[in-house]
Ligand binder design. Sequence first.
Ligand code: FE2
Length: 273
Amino acid sequence: MFSNIYEQLLSKGYAAVIDCIEESAIFEIQKSINSNLINYLILNKKNQYKTFQENFHACKNLLSQHEIQVFLSKKLLIDDLIDKIIFNNKVKDILSFLLGPDLEYLSDFEMAINDKNEIKNDYLFKKYHQEFWSGMGVEALQLWIPIFLEKGMGTIEVIEESHTWGHIPHSNREPIEIPKNHNATILDIKLGSLAIFTSFTLHRTVLNNFDTPRVALPITVRNPYYPNTGNMDLFNFRKIKMSYFSRFRKILGNNQYSPFRILGQDRKDFYKK
Ligand SMILES: [Fe+2]
């Protein structure tokens, strides 16, 4: 059913999943981001504005962009918008097709905001890199989900087939060497679509010339039963979906299969996800 995504991911190192999230659902996330910025301004007795762009810049007088990105990501988690909106049935089906019936996502993710005034900061405006450098394992997939994106703003640039090059030597967040003959492509996706790439796919930030910042959610997804080939035990994950096997393990509660552990108990929903 999703074999074209599967084949493209394996052959090119990335795939675009078109129209997998309702645009109206993305607007709900946009609204939440803006209202969290407004609440922060109210809390600090500062003026509030109508647009995301104005509120974001007003917050930048109070917090670093990194702090804003972390703060807004945590709010999306608390409001349950990632679980409800991003991991809808279609997205779950596609990820299960690629990774299997048990799925979880890295809940320590940090929203990526691309403000045209921040091109000198190599943390916010990233050069070519592999997610593997930051601890993401081969077994996982990286999603890039646009939240504020207008036509012409740019997305991310990936190097085709770079996932087959292995672990590329790097220093100070950039490769020491890249093969001369390579094909770079800027992902052609819009709101409601997302990109998937491997932990080895070289990718970088594309310049956003608009006054409005571009916003995307980079989220790592994995199957917890696959061996961890990175540093992923150091991060926090949240379950997206469980297989029959995992749910049955939860019903039993422990690996000693304690007899009559929940006999007569009314609560029946404790093993669901
Ligand atoms: Fe990245």
